[in-house]
Design a protein around this ligand. Structure first.
Ligand SMILES: Cc1cc2nc3c(=O)[nH]c(=O)nc-3n(C[C@H](O)[C@H](O)[C@H](O)COP(=O)(O)OP(=O)(O)OC[C@H]3O[C@@H](n4cnc5c(N)ncnc54)[C@H](O)[C@@H]3O)c2cc1C
Length: 481
């Protein structure tokens, strides 16, 4: 059975005040609603919030924060709750602040190539609006219902990362409500109200709110860079029998910077659903598959990219690697290359056979450590009867990228959930020791990071948190601070 969270203390005086601030229909302490916000798909133990509120305006959020700060009640920002690291699970109870009603696309500037959105705007919603202008953004392979801003402010990964960098690098301006209730702006919109085009050349204060997992303030408006959609898509697909050969190909190809996305997935991640428990790969199947998306504005540009890719393939073959040019099944290819996608974004495709649990060691790892880390992960995960369903993606700049394992498990069983948690944390330690850093880290990961951190880094982190959130009420406990 899934664990039932412990009951918390609800104070009718607080509920009454929350209704006054947020409106009668936007605040509740009803247990069945709180229960729905007490868990996610990850191995993190469920915990009940004491109250759930939905915001409709920035002013409501400001008043809420002033009240919560006065009463020293934790506030947990939430949009769709699809992170798979327990990031919205209230470590210390408090008020769950659901922002999905604030879902206006405030502006799309098709000339200057940026958009301004509210926190509840989903990837599916923004994709539809941008397509009308022939524009795009880096859509993740996650659920299309998830929030664009939550992904971007937490260093999320999308389908244009090899070309433009992480989604957090696309942030151009921000409006934020501080834990103490003040409204602040960073980037060009701080100087001219309607200018949302850049965080530079001002001091980069956006860093105060990026990668903090909602621990320093509530982002209420976000400017992001958007890009024209080139009409010619060409996806190059290859397979290799081992991780070393796949890394060699990816490194070689990434040096030419022709890809929007350069990703490889292990055989286990290529299965729908990912096998749970571990299943052996058939001997004749290659262990790694790669898809490299390239987008061009003209036929000639496309042909030039093809020429480079063919050269890389020839070079890799001459090295004697196991690389083969392969066809990816058409539907699977469409699902992975035409995002946002309901096919890969649908969680059931990852874990419906497993019992609805999924977590990851998701990391930014030096590319030359992918092969040794994967080899150790594979042994460890198989030892736990879990699939080594691993993905490697090059980010812009080549020298590092994403290394992550998507691990389904049976959340109906406490033992199987604990088995997955232990395996994932062990994987993470291996990666950290090779210089990798986890993104969107659950508290268990935060503890491992902090154990290895320079004391000056931890001091600075605590000082910034203390300055912005003196009563430690914003999503407290995250980052294991
Ligand atoms: C099958 C699957 C595949 C996935 N693939 C990817 C992928 O390819 N790339 C990727 O990046 N992610 C991926 N994810 C993770 C997830 O979908 C993204 O992280 C998603 O964008 C999170 O959005 P959300 O609305 O669910 O955020 P939530 O889970 O609601 O919130 C995430 C964090 O942001 C904080 N937060 C939310 N709103 C605000 C705000 N306005 N101000 C301050 N803090 C806030 C929350 O407190 C929490 O810490 C995947 C998830 C699944 C289930």
């Amino acid at each position: 059975m899934t664990e039932i969270p412990k009951e918390s203390k609800v104070d009718p005086r607080i509920t009454k005040k929350l209704r006054e601030i947020m409106g009668e229909k936007n605040a509740t302490a009803a247990k069945h609603i709180r229960y729905a916000y007490s868990y996610d798909m990850s191995f993190v133990k469920p915990k009940l919030p004491d109250y759930v509120v939905m915001a409709e305006t920035v002013e409501q959020i400001q008043e809420l924060m002033r009240f919560a700060n006065l009463e020293k009640i934790p506030v947990i920002p939430y949009t769709a709750g699809t992170n798979i690291g327990g990031l919205c699970i209230p470590e210390r109870g408090g008020i769950l602040l659901d922002l999905k009603k604030m879902n206006k696309i405030i502006k799309i500037d098709p000339e200057s190539h940026y958009a301004v959105i509210e926190p509840g705007v989903s990837h599916g919603q923004l994709a539809e609006a941008l397509y009308a202008h022939k524009l795009r953004f880096g859509w993740p392979v996650g659920p299309p219902s998830a929030s664009v801003s939550s992904c971007a402010i937490n260093h999320g990964i999308g389908g244009l990362n090899a070309r433009y960098g992480l989604n957090s690098q696309e942030i151009t301006s921000m409006e934020v409500v501080l834990p103490t209730g003040e409204l602040v702006r960073v980037g060009s919109c701080a100087i001219v109200e309607d200018a949302w085009h850049s965080t530079l050349p001002l001091p980069k204060l956006d860093g105060l709110f990026k990668g903090w997992l909602g621990g320093t303030g509530i982002v209420t408006k976000l400017g992001i860079g958007v890009h024209p959609i080139p009409p010619f898509l060409k996806v190059f697909t290859v397979s290799c029998d081992n991780v070393e050969d796949m890394y060699s190909y990816m490194l070689n190809l990434s040096n030419y910077e022709i890809c929007d996305d350069l990703t490889a997935v292990s055989w286990w991640l290529a299965q729908v659903p990912i096998p749970y428990p571990y299943r052996e790969k058939p001997d004749e199947a290659p262990e790694w598959f790669s898809f490299a998306n390239t987008n061009s504005f003209t036929q000639k540009e496309k042909e030039a990219r093809e020429e480079i890719w063919e050269m890389v393939v020839d070079e890799e073959k001459k090295k004697g690697t196991s690389l083969k040019v392969t066809q990816y099944p058409e539907e699977a290819l469409r699902a992975r290359t035409q995002l946002p996608s309901q096919i890969v974004g649908s969680t059931k495709n990852y874990c419906k056979m497993a019992g609805a649990g999924i977590s990851w060691p998701g990391t930014f790892t030096p590319a030359n450590k992918w092969a040794p880390v994967y080899t150790e992960w594979k042994k460890l995960l198989i030892g736990h009867n879990l699939s080594p369903s691993v993905r490697m993606s090059m980010y812009r700049g080549v020298h590092y990228g994403m290394l992550r394992a998507m691990i389904p498990f049976n959340k109906q069983s406490a033992d199987e959930t604990e088995n997955a948690r232990r395996a994932i944390v062990e994987c993470l330690k291996i990666d950290l020791d090779h210089g990798g850093i986890p993104y969107k880290p659950p508290v268990d990961f935060g503890q491992e990071i902090n154990k290895r951190a320079h004391p000056g880094y931890l001091m600075l982190l605590r000082r910034v948190k203390q300055m912005l959130d003196p009563n430690d009420i914003m999503n407290p406990g995250k980052l294991a601070l």
